[in-house]
Design a protein around this ligand. Structure first.
Ligand code: 1HN
Length: 320
């Protein structure tokens, strides 16, 4: 398209004529309705959703026969939010995935600018993540961090398949664009030490003790709650919530995205009017500004994974 003369622009006698001339200049009128950029309250886009560990476990068992760690960098199932057109993210800034590693397998070491963590759902002694050369043992209920640019690979020297849930800020990094990924020069990073403790490792045994000592959060939203890290990583906060059978939590609406993973127990989460039943290993997403609460049928523990540090850092965290 040829560009208009400045004199033609200046001489425009109608808005329609002006809009037509502005097009080839890649300029749009900021006052015109079709592309509003400001509105009074958040527009919720990502949808409330639930994923069952029973399904994921069965699908990963099949994948264990059908694909190996030579072919797959990671044998994982991405929890894709059902928002129309979305093919990857679980919420706007976060992605969650179920991952399985078979006995005797290794998952290659790599590092990336995305922050990651995993919650262990089923693992036998001898399973570990190697973070910057240090093996972190995996036990059920443990949370392991692999922050921005930390080398990480996985190894299963036990006799049982290991299952866990990964959480990453990949969609946020995609939005901002500084994604970098590097494969380890040795393919499998050599283990130089086995950790007995690490800032990147929250063993369930310690979390359980902290929860037993915690008092009930006065807001009523979280039951007994402890934070893992302060926050765990620059973009992701982690909270363990211990709920009592029959004690529904108070409603919670926040500009942060929350993904809940069930560490133990059974119950329901009601997210923006939709009820999801859950059991151990399940995942529920409450995207930004979707009001939600939990109704535990048994005593239950949930891991709350959120992008709160991002919203807080930008003065955008609002809760209702
Ligand atoms: C990743 O690097 C891992 O290292 C797991 O275990 C899940 C999902 C998306 C992108 C990278 C891992 C992932 C991932």
């Amino acid at each position: 398209m040829t560009q208009p003369m400045a004199t033609d622009l200046a001489a425009c006698s109608s808005l329609d004529e002006l809009y037509a001339l502005l097009k080839p200049l890649q300029v749009g009128p900021g006052w015109s309705k079709p592309t509003p950029s400001l509105w009074p309250l958040p527009h919720s886009s990502f949808l409330p959703a639930h994923w069952s560990y029973e399904h994921a476990h069965a699908a990963l068992s099949a994948a264990g026969r059908l694909i190996n760690t030579e072919l797959a960098e990671r044998r994982n199932l991405i929890l894709v939010n059902p928002l129309d057109g979305n093919e990857y993210a679980t919420a706007r800034t976060l992605v969650a995935a179920y991952q399985m590693i078979m006995p005797g397998e290794r998952a290659r070491s790599h590092r990336h600018s995305a922050n990651a963590l995993r919650l262990i759902v089923d693992a036998a002694p001898g399973t570990s993540t190697i973070v910057d050369g240090v093996a972190l043992p995996m036990s059920v209920g443990d949370v392991l961090l692999t922050p921005n640019w930390a080398w990480h690979g996985h190894a299963n020297d036990s006799s049982a398949p290991a299952y866990w849930i990964d959480f990453l800020d990949v969609p946020l990094i995609h939005l901002l664009e500084p994604m970098f990924l590097e494969q380890h020069p040795d393919t499998y990073e050599p283990v130089r030490d086995i950790a007995s403790s690490s800032p990147a490792w929250f063993p369930w045994k310690l979390t359980e003790q902290r929860l037993a000592d915690a008092s009930v959060d006065p807001s009523g939203r979280f039951g007994r709650m402890v934070e893992l890290g302060a926050p765990a990583m620059k973009t992701i906060a982690l909270h363990m919530m211990m709920l009592k059978a029959g004690d529904a939590t108070a409603g919670y609406q926040t500009t942060a995205n929350n993904i809940y993973a069930v560490v133990s127990g059974e119950g329901r989460s009601i997210v923006d009017g939709t009820t999801f039943r859950w059991a151990r290993g399940d995942v529920v997403v409450a995207p930004a500004w979707r009001a939600h609460h939990h109704e535990p049928d048994t005593d239950a523990v949930l891991l709350r994974v959120s992008d709160e540090p991002v919203l807080r850092g930008l003065d955008l965290l609002r809760q209702g």
